[in-house]
Design a protein around this ligand. Structure first.
Ligand code: NAD
Length: 248
């Protein structure tokens, strides 16, 4: 039997990169998936590509009313869900002295506030015994150049997740963090690294990774699948999936 047969999973940022690979993997394992993203056409195209009757809902995770609308849609369509993956996130690299107020707010609004209010809205709909996966980053625990604001916005997630694991214990809901190292997704084009500098940047990253290469979205999806399915005794952890980059 497939490991997520009959389960319902909601994945924010499921129209791209790690989120889309996770949605595809969950669907292959029998889950009904609902993905979210910012652009209607991209969300619809991704849902069609994932197949298995995947659904898409469009909206901005930094807005609280989006999460309320999503929760209402989920309640109407399914009544309850089993897995919530808070994956949507943004990054742009900048030295602290050059960070603007709006870039600071954008990181915290999407990466931290978006996760907090997403879980607040959806948690009442998660069935007892379900689980939450929060996508953080290796940058939350490892110092990387120009990552300070991004790192801060992701570091908050570990504290949220630890507290939620205890808050939801009576419902048997597990809460875990998935922290990728560098992974080949569209986010790499949004770092603020110029096209000319990109090959050098990627070569430098790969050099810092004992595996000698960046990760693939499918490798993160496999780790998320473990947390969502077979990892029934895994709770309150941060699973770092980085090819060993935390060691260098
Ligand atoms: P991606 O750019 O391919 O996907 C990001 C997703 O987040 C997209 O679906 C996008 O629509 C969504 N998103 C961004 N801002 C949003 C908003 N305001 N409202 C709604 N949706 C929004 O990148 P990815 O690499 O797949 O990133 C997924 C997660 O993994 C992010 O949280 C990212 O911080 C984290 N991460 C990625 C890497 C990496 O190297 N790729 C490393 C560490 C952590």
């Amino acid at each position: 039997m497939r490991s997520l047969e009959g389960k319902i999973a909601v994945i924010t940022g499921g129209n791209s990169g790690i989120g889309k690979a996770t949605a595809r993997r969950f669907a292959e394992e029998g889950a009904q998936v609902l993905i979210t993203g910012r652009r209607q056409d991209v969300v619809e195209a991704a849902a069609a590509e994932i197949g298995h009757q995947a659904l898409g809902v469009c909206g901005d995770v930094s807005q609280i009313d989006f999460h309320q609308r999503l929760a209402e849609t989920v309640r109407r369509k399914f009544g309850a869900i089993d897995i919530y993956v808070a994956n949507a996130g943004v990054i742009s690299l900048e030295g602290s002295s050059r960070v603007t107020e709006s870039e600071f707010d954008r990181h915290f609004d999407i990466n931290a506030r978006g996760v907090f209010f997403g879980v607040q809205a959806v948690a009442p709909l998660i069935r007892d015994g379900g689980n939450i996966i929060v996508t953080s980053s290796l940058a939350a625990t490892k110092v990387l150049p120009q990552h300070t604001v991004y790192a801060g916005s992701k570091a908050a997630l570990a504290a949220f997740a630890r507290n939620w694991a205890i808050e939801f214990r009576n419902r048997g809901i597990r809460v875990n963090i998935l922290s990728p190292g560098p992974v080949e997704t569209e986010i790499l084009g949004k770092l603020g690294v110029s096209d000319a500098d990109r090959p050098g940047f990627e070569a430098h990253m790969a050099d810092l990774i004992p595996a000698g290469r960046m990760g693939r979205p499918e490798e993160l999806a496999e780790a998320a699948l473990f947390l969502a399915s077979k990892g029934t005794f895994v709770n309150g952890i941060e699973l770092i999936v980085d090819g060993g980059m935390h060691l260098t």
